[in-house]
Ligand binder design. Structure first.
Ligand SMILES: *Cc1c(COP(=O)(O)O)cnc(C)c1O
Length: 252
């Protein structure tokens, strides 16, 4: 009897700290204002940049706080961790984006629980996720992850290999191909940031066709979202600027 009671208490402490909610609500406003300013500065249509709040390592209470500030879309990297939160937050109309490395033994859980996947890199995973997508759910929205800087420490398909996976995705009934995603090599130089994002945009322009319009570019994080918006990002993935520094280092 003791253990469940203790757990509940701990959760309440994490979930109901008014200070923490205020901080997240304030940071949400700051991030929205950065997005709006970048849209204006770089001639992007107002409201054309979508925000995915990256909630990896964050407890459900902080996700509720961000939701209370008007944020419906959340990104997660680790399947098991994510599903605990998806279940705990099932009372909210949230949109869940899988942005982490896909493992073959987790494709079913991804297909069953998520609305989007940004990190598709293989035919094998595309087949599996399409087959495993429950028929009562709409097709999973997918982006193909590209290693745009050809950085050996980053996941993603070689730009030359994207063509074949795009063709496959177009034919799989459980998937709707939406665009490309990249995790760029971090740089503090805005020009270098823009150069990487521009490469992804140009690759998209080359690969897009009437049957695969690739209308989404998932690129840009807390430190470089302005550069990404300048180069055409339609989805930015922002974690620490909303939730603060992560206690646990990202494993991707
Ligand atoms: C962690 C993560 C982010 C968010 O990074 P921040 O620097 O905290 O904004 C974005 N995309 C992916 C794929 C991530 O793993």
């Amino acid at each position: 009897m003791m253990a469940p009671r203790r757990r509940k208490r701990t959760l309440m402490i994490i979930d109901d700290q008014p200070d923490e909610t205020d901080t997240i609500v304030r940071r949400m406003a700051e991030v929205r204002s950065r997005i709006a300013q970048a849209e204006a500065r770089y001639g992007r249509t107002k409201g054309s940049v979508g925000l995915v709040a990256v909630s990896k390592t964050q407890p459900p209470g902080r996700i509720r706080s961000a939701y209370s500030a008007g944020q419906p879309a959340f990104g997660e990297n680790y399947v098991q961790e994510a599903i605990g939160k998806i279940v705990a937050l099932a009372d909210l109309p949230l949109e869940w984006h899988f942005i982490g490395r896909i493992q073959s033994n987790k494709t079913r859980l991804i297909a069953e629980h998520f609305d989007w996947v940004h990190s598709l890199t293989s035919d094998h995973h595309a087949w599996r996720i399409s087959d495993q997508r429950p028929s009562h759910r709409p097709p999973l929205q997918v982006c193909i992850q590209i290693n745009i800087d050809q950085d050996p420490s980053k996941d993603g398909l070689d730009p030359q290999a994207a063509d074949a996976l795009i063709d496959l995705c177009r034919q799989l009934p459980g998937l709707t191909l939406r665009g490309l995603m990249a995790i760029t090599t971090p740089s503090i130089d805005p020009e270098a940031q823009r150069a990487s994002f521009a490469r992804l945009r140009r690759l998209r322009d080359t690969l897009a066709s009437p049957s695969a319009p690739l209308d989404q570019l998932s690129m840009g994080m807390s430190a470089d979202l302005e550069a990404a918006i300048a180069e055409g990002a339609t989805l930015i993935r922002v974690g620490s600027a909303i939730f603060g520094p992560r206690a646990q280092q990202s494993r991707t």
